[in-house]
Design a protein around this ligand. Structure first.
Ligand code: F3S
Length: 643
């Protein structure tokens, strides 16, 4: 049986374990990327590991999310990241340089390589044949310190693209069409690999739009072959030496094969409030719109924006519409300025924003109350635009530009002949917004402004743990309940002592005070404890507050992993009826903990207040137990690195 691209890359990078579906393996990480929103925490974690230099071939710290400097906090974070980057040998990308994934595609991504990024859209670089995976910040810090990443070998699904796209249909319509077919859960536990005759009509940036929104399918990542088109793209970026051919064997083994006929696809739109709530633009009549936002890591390439400029040329943005455009990189912005396309956009009445995530992360351009916003972005979740009552529709750049002119959601086919863009053979290669690490890195001083506090570290697991139940909660507690995140708290993401005062604040505002008074203790939870976003802070803040264990009926997968990483025990009731027998402020004690964990035995909890015992268990791998015993992932890695 032949090999898929995924297996070829994994095999080439395998450092631990056996390459079999479902098995945990360690792989060599060639490159990492961070963005500033997750980056501050990643670099605090890296600092805590006590290494001299990163072990990856290349790591880049991008500033693209919180570029607004309304107070000192974001500016301090950027300065901190810049100084850590210089100290450890990491390339730093200044504010205004562009969006991490677009910049990485242009400057660093390599076919056949591995990339780990602390951003869920890291798979964007799969567009040029890279195995690019989004991960938690701590995993990325560990990858920089050790050069490795551990994952369960996913299933591999082949999407075979046949036929040719019709005029006015582009990459965004393909991925929206796939989302409609497979849903936002369709890619969970899978890597999606593209192939087929249809590939020849897709440029690398088109492919990157598709792999970018593979994240919305829930896929581990998505990957395209590296072919002549990949060579052409890399050459245009002055990097032809980074090219290698990469394709699946003709008889490659896949867990599933899905055929998509490109000629069947029409312009698509994802309606509120989910990227898989998709239908044809032509089916939605008379939807009057208030805002059009073009850009984001999904659709801000040179070709995307040149198409927009051609559509806008000589036209006028509808008086009721605010059109804003954020180019993906300063390189693209300069080229649009040089060739006159920027003038067409401005003349038509567009607002040009800086090269950053901007409205996609809620940094400005929140729609008006009940506003209808048409965006080329990848997510339209409820409230993400910054206005709770707003409705966001996701479309291609062509549909967005056509709609901006008409004032209602418009099928670009109504504009007449399709636009053709000639992509230059050579891009403008100015890289003045990158800062490369200095030679004398040992002289670099890390700059920590007053808003940046050290990363909280746990200590080795004790054989006996005891304390009070400081909170008892019901089923379906989300990471938002545990650690709320909002525009007011976001600037404090690197200040865990400050954030701790908001832990569980929507459930019980005195929780943090009780934790301080009692020197930590236990939390009792119901079913599905920790569901929702993968927010690491929902484990790090309880760690700071001294939480030793959460005993729940069941846990959400990612939060459970985050608790383990923080060295907090996630224990499950063996008999869920015991949930009723424990009360707020009861005193608990667990003995022989380490031994019982290692032996995989049930654990007895003594309720000292009630004079009764009940049984719990830990469900996890041997590695999880090692991590818990060492006092969390950071201590575990430190011990393995000899730090
Ligand atoms: Fe930025 Fe939005 Fe992409 S926040 S990284 S442009 S999903």
């Amino acid at each position: 049986m032949g090999k898929s691209i995924t297996y070829k890359i994994l095999e080439e990078h395998l450092v631990e374990g056996e390459l079999k579906e479902g098995e945990e393996i360690g792989i060599k990480v060639d490159q990492t990327l961070t963005q500033d929103s997750t980056g501050t925490m990643v670099y605090l974690q890296l600092e805590a590991m006590g290494i001299d230099s990163i072990k990856t071939d290349l790591s880049v710290a991008y500033i693209d999310h919180n570029t607004l400097q309304a107070g000192f906090e974001n500016a301090d974070d950027h300065e901190f990241i810049k100084s850590v980057a210089a100290k450890y040998g990491i390339i730093f990308s200044k504010s205004g340089n562009g969006i991490c994934h677009q910049l990485h595609l242009e400057n660093f991504g390599k076919p056949g390589g591995t990339l780990l990024g602390s951003d869920s859209h890291t798979p964007t670089n799969g567009g040029l044949g890279m195995l690019a995976i989004g991960a938690g910040g701590l995993d990325v810090a560990v990858a920089m310190a050790s050069g490795k990443y551990w994952l369960k070998v996913p299933k591999v699904v082949n999407i075979n693209l046949k036929g040719k796209l019709n005029p006015w249909v582009s990459a965004k319509d393909i991925i929206l069409y796939i989302l409609k077919k497979l849903s936002v859960k369709g890619g969970v536990g899978k890597i999606i690999e593209y192939s087929g005759d249809g590939l020849k009509y897709l440029s690398v940036t088109d492919r990157a739009t598709i792999t970018n929104m593979g994240a919305e399918l829930g896929a581990t990542t998505s990957v395209f072959p590296s072919d002549e088109e990949t060579y052409r793209y890399l050459k245009s970026q002055g990097r032809e030496e980074d090219w290698m051919e990469l394709k699946a064997d003709d008889d490659a083994k896949y867990d599933e094969v899905i055929d998509i006929d490109l000629s069947e696809i029409t312009p698509q739109v994802a309606k509120p409030h989910s990227p898989d709530n998709v239908e044809s633009v032509e089916n939605i009549k008379d939807l009057k719109i208030d805002q059009v936002a073009i850009g984001s890591c999904t659709n801000s390439s040179y070709t995307d924006l040149m198409k927009v400029a051609s559509i806008l040329k000589g036209k006028k943005v509808h008086p009721d519409v605010s059109l804003c455009i954020s180019p993906g990189s300063s390189r693209i912005l300069k080229m649009l300025a040089d060739n006159g396309a920027l003038a067409h956009m401005i003349e038509a009445g567009a607002r040009i924003l800086e090269c950053s995530c901007g409205p996609c992360i809620g940094m400005g351009q929140a729609p008006k109350t009940d506003g209808i916003s048409v965006r080329t972005f990848n997510r339209n979740f409820y409230g993400r635009s910054g206005t709770k009552s707003a409705k966001v529709y996701l479309v291609s750049p062509e549909t967005a530009a056509a709609s901006a002119i008409k004032g209602y959601l418009t099928n670009p086919r109504n504009l007449g002949d399709d636009v053709k863009i000639n992509v230059p053979e050579k891009f403008d290669l100015n890289d003045n917004l990158f800062i490369y690490p200095p030679k004398d890195r040992d002289k670099v001083e890390v700059k920590m402004g007053p808003n940046i506090k050290p990363f909280p570290l746990n200590s080795k697991l004790k054989d006996t743990i005891e304390g009070k139940i400081l909170l008892k909660v019901d089923d379906n507690i989300t990471t938002d309940h545990i650690m709320p995140s909002n525009a007011k708290l976001l600037p404090y993401r690197s200040n865990i002592p400050y954030l701790s005062k908001f832990c569980f604040s929507t459930v019980d505002s005195d929780f943090w005070k009780r934790c301080e008074k009692n020197n930590g203790g236990f939390i009792i939870g119901g079913e599905n404890y920790g569901q929702g976003s993968s927010r690491e802070h929902a484990a790090l803040v309880p760690l700071y507050l001294g939480i030793k264990a959460v005993i729940a009926k069941s846990f959400a997968r990612i939060h459970k992993a985050n608790l383990i990483n923080a060295g907090i025990l996630p224990l499950e009731f063996i008999d869920n009826n015991d949930y009723e027998l424990v009360d707020f402020e009861d005193e608990l004690q667990i003995d022989n903990l380490c031994q019982l964990l290692v032996e995989g035995k049930n654990i007895t909890v003594l309720n000292k207040t009630k004079g009764k015992t009940f049984k719990v268990r830990f469900v996890g791998s041997k590695r999880d137990i090692d991590i818990l015993i060492k006092g969390g992932y950071l201590n575990y890695v430190k011990s393995r690195l000899g730090g």
